[in-house]
Design a protein around this ligand. Structure first.
Ligand code: 5AD
Ligand code: SF4
Length: 432
């Protein structure tokens, strides 16, 4: 009987890809197969996120639950960003945890499972050229890392301390991985990094200097690849060359994540984001002008230390001007090892109120956008069978669309006329 692996993944797309890498390594080296039932697993992994405080609390409550329901001889491992930042603390607090593996040490999974009370969290361990075995949770699209770590110093963010310095993965390795994914049937690739459009700044060892725009050109030259997505780009590095390639290249899906964080110049400065409100508005306007179908998503933090009513009004002003199609909004959460940790916090109630104001206004914008969407014709790549007789997929510009249908549609790209729309999903009908 093969050994069973249960894995829970919290956090971002990078974490999901790390989980895929761990699944692949454990399967190829140790014969583990996946289970979605923790009580029958021989190994339970929690791949954690530490970007805000909440998921860290969640980790310890979940660990308690897994410890109770696990088989007597099953092992528990904590991986990912919280593993990087808490390290041995995790074993001190939850002594039944067998090992802790940091977000920058994923390739060591095959060895660490054989050790007890081991902690591997070397922050600048270089995995940029490690040849991971292959596992993909979706046959239709492939997540591919293009860089690891982050060189920015945003004062609110713990990530540089959990994922270390930024290193780009050599271009030839990325292209080989894209080709391999396409050969195995994926028509879409999702290029991943903390800061994708800073690609090519630093490699480990001597490698041809290729920037992100050039990488996009080379990836798009791969035959049979039809769609390219990427996350996350940084507004600071959205130069004209990049925006022009984005708009011009038909394989690049027209959805852009532009993490604003704040619309106030004073707060952007305190966050060390490196751009101004004016630069952000200029880039967003240029993007909409060059790629009129683009959908823009963003991340916004409210109540960063020192945020006044006027600062918050500037954020609302950007929201009203850019009219993002999607907003991920968060109340500031102080994180250990960050510069902002020591700054004086905004009153929590005020923060909650601002978050509510922002989200309500964005809901109104979404309702207005509904009207525009209805009747539009979009190309949808179907990738998910829903239980209610529907098949769902994303349009080129990232609208979740569902149509009545069955599994024959999976993996197909079809033209769809959008009918009824709600805030998160559009209903559509396939047209010839
Ligand atoms: N508090 C609240 N939100 C945060 N984010 C990152 N750090 C924090 C923090 N300390 C948000 C940012 C980032 C997204 C992934 O999480 O908006 O873009
Ligand atoms: Fe969470 Fe950031 Fe780590 Fe992703 S990189 S898992 S968002 S802390």
């Amino acid at each position: 009987m093969s050994k069973k692996l249960f894995i829970e993944t919290l956090g971002c797309a990078m974490n999901n890809r790390d989980s895929e890498h761990m699944i692949a390594e454990l399967n190829a080296r140790e014969g583990y197969v996946l289970t979605d039932d923790a009580s029958v697993a021989d190994l339970i992994l929690i791949n954690t996120c530490s970007v805000r405080e909440k998921p860290v609390h969640k980790l310890f409550s979940e660990l308690g639950v897994f410890n109770k329901l696990k088989k007597a001889d099953a092992k528990i491992g904590v991986c990912g960003c919280t593993a990087s930042h808490l390290g041995n603390e995790i074993i001190k607090k939850a002594p039944y945890v067998n090992f802790v593996l940091g977000a920058r040490n994923v390739s060591k999974i095959g060895e660490i499972i054989h050790k007890d009370k081991a902690v591997e969290i070397e922050i600048n361990y270089d995995e940029s050229q490690f040849a991971f075995k292959d596992f993909r949770s979706s046959p239709y699209k492939a997540y591919i890392n293009i860089s690891i770590g982050c060189d920015k110093q945003c004062t609110f963010c713990i990530v540089p301390k959990t994922r270390g310095d930024e290193i780009s993965i050599p271009t030839d390795l990325i292209l080989t991985e894209v080709r391999r994914a396409v050969e195995s049937g994926a028509r879409e690739v999702f290029l991943l990094g903390q800061n994708v459009n800073n690609y090519g700044r630093r490699f480990s060892g001597e490698h041809e200097k290729v920037n992100f725009t050039e990488l996009l050109r080379r990836v798009s030259a791969i035959e049979d690849l039809e769609r390219i997505r990427f996350t996350s780009p940084h507004p600071l590095h959205m130069d004209d060359e990049f925006l022009e390639e984005f708009a011009r290249n038909p394989k690049i899906c027209k959805s852009m994540h532009m993490p604003l964080q704040s619309g106030s110049n004073a707060i952007l400065k305190a966050m060390k984001r490196g751009y101004t409100k004016e630069w952000f508005l200029n880039r967003a306007a240029k993007l909409r002008e060059m790629a009129p179908d683009v959908n823009i998503s963003t991340d916004i933090i409210v109540a960063f230390p020192g945020e006044s009513e006027e600062d918050f009004a500037d954020t609302m002003d950007v929201l009203n001007k850019v009219r993002f199609e999607q907003v991920f909004s968060f109340k500031y959460s102080p994180r250990p090892m960050t510069e902002a940790e020591k700054m004086e916090e905004v009153d929590s109630e005020v923060g909650s109120e601002r978050l509510h104001i922002l989200q309500s206004r964005h809901d109104e914008i979404l309702d207005e956008l509904k009207e525009v969407r209805m009747g539009q014709i979009v190309e949808v790549y179907f990738e998910e069978l829903r239980s209610d007789g529907y098949v769902a997929g994303r349009s080129d510009n990232n609208i979740m669309v569902k149509v009545k249908g069955s599994e024959e549609l999976l993996g197909q790209i079809a033209r769809v006329k959008i009918g009824e729309v709600n805030r998160t999903v559009a209903h559509g009908e396939i047209i010839a």
